[in-house]
Design a protein around this ligand. Structure first.
Ligand code: PMP
Length: 414
């Protein structure tokens, strides 16, 4: 074993997350890094046991769809396993262009540009567009990758409390007074809370103040909207969003991200976004798989899968609420039913204990602790898929009711 010398490296347990993490390890409750040994389908083999998967953004179940798998295999047969270099040099293939054109046609934009991951899409785009002297206005729950993009850009960050329209207006006005460019960054579907921004009202304020808008549709793409193109479609504001960001790593069953927008924007990003220029973009298997996934989503089959997902999400959310669990915000509008269902437990250890009790009974859920959520916002993050059967969801609900009793007993509450 190497001996590491610097004293400050010997105690790195200062943050809330790291401390909670270590308590989770000690209690055997740690919900993270659990090994799956099979496809991430509704039932997954994890640590030797079958578990109902209720924690995966494989929302439409496309990651194991035979056509998606065949698309991935065909891409490997044609291009091999790696593209071995930047797009700007040797690493652009006809497959990149085919996928970019398919995405542009689907979203109704002039151009799209693929990046290696959604994370890189956000950091590269934001840091290429704004800089010192500019202001970024951000919802406090905007994804970490967008906030890191702001950090890299060195623009000023003006955050406002999640979805608070009054505070948003105030931040944009202050940004206006700062001088410089204004970029507003929002998620189309918030990845932890599972809610949408009041997009139409926010866009009015942006227009009044000459603020550009970037919308992260990582979780909403393929899921929301009749055509499946995301939250902008639900609000009918596709043409008013300057920069639309999507991820391939969730409903579209691959890995990667992209920006959709004007030709002017894309031509600029492809030579200025450092996380695009100085890296290898994608692997053939993921690009080929996602291309098929987009085609399926655009077909009748995809529309049916999205409808199944909506039905499953509505059912699970309603029934969990019926158990009296502390749920996150919800919308009654069917087109705003989302497959991210938070049960907000508040306390890190409590969330990990709940997770363990569910896991031991064969149900896998996601868990979010600080800094993924606010310091007292620890939650179970439950994600149904289109491919769950009603019987599977009913079984999961029985397990939730059972665990609720166990936890009440432990807490000494009736
Ligand atoms: N944006 C949001 C809202 C996300 O939830 C995520 C991933 N969790 C990303 C961006 C990054 O996407 P990727 O996993 O493709 O890097």
């Amino acid at each position: 074993m190497a001996e590491y010398g610097a004293s400050w490296l010997k105690d790195l347990r200062s943050s809330q997350f790291v401390t909670a993490y270590h308590r989770g390890v000690e209690a055997g409750n740690l919900p993270f890094f659990r090994n799956a040994e099979s496809l991430l389908d509704p039932v997954v083999t994890m640590e030797g046991e079958p578990r109902l998967m209720l924690g995966s953004p494989n929302y439409l179940g496309l990651a194991s769809h035979p056509r998606v798998v065949a698309g991935a295999k065909a891409a490997v047969d044609r291009y091999g396993t790696s593209l071995t270099g930047s797009r700007i040099l040797n690493g652009t293939t006809a497959l990149h262009r085919e996928l970019e054109e398919e995405l542009a046609d689907w979203l109704g934009v002039e151009e799209t540009l693929l990046f290696t991951t959604g994370f890189q899409t956000n950091i590269g785009t934001i840091s290429a567009l704004v800089g010192v002297g500019d202001t970024v206005v951000s919802d406090s729950f905007a994804h970490a990758s967008m906030l890191d993009g702001v950090g890299l850009s060195r623009a000023k960050l003006r955050g406002f409390r999640h979805n608070r329209m009054d505070l948003f207006v105030d931040s944009v006005r202050r940004a206006r007074a700062d001088g410089g460019r204004i970029l507003v960054i929002l998620d189309g579907l918030y990845s932890m809370e599972g809610d949408l921004p009041p997009l139409d009202e926010m866009l009015d304020i942006c227009r009044e103040n000459d603020a550009a808008v970037m919308l992260d549709e990582a979780h909403s793409l393929g899921v929301l909207g009749e055509q499946g193109t995301g939250a902008a479609e639900v609000f009918g504001v596709q043409d008013r969003i300057d920069i639309r960001m999507g991820a391939l790593s969730k409903a579209l069953a691959g890995v990667g991200g992209f920006i959709a927008g004007s030709r002017e924007l894309i031509n600029y990003l492809q030579v200025t976004a450092r996380s695009f220029v100085f890296t290898t973009v994608g692997v053939p298997a993921a690009l080929g798989g996602s291309l098929e996934a987009v085609r399926i989503r655009r077909s009748e089959e995809g529309a049916q899968l999205a409808e199944e997902l909506r039905r499953n999400s509505r059912f699970l959310r309603t029934e969990l609420k019926g158990l009296g669990l502390p749920m996150g915000p919800d919308s009654d509008l069917p087109e705003r039913t989302t497959p991210i269902i938070p049960v907000i437990l508040g306390d890190d250890d409590l969330a990990m204990e709940w997770w363990r009790q569910l896991y031991d009974r064969g149900v896998f859920t996601g868990v979010a602790l600080y800094p993924g959520v606010p310091p007292t916002g620890a939650m179970l993050r439950i994600c149904p898929m289109a491919t769950h059967t009603r019987a599977q969801l009913e079984r999961a609900l029985e397990v939730f009711a059972e665990v609720q009793k166990v936890m009440r007993r432990k807490a000494g509450t009736p």
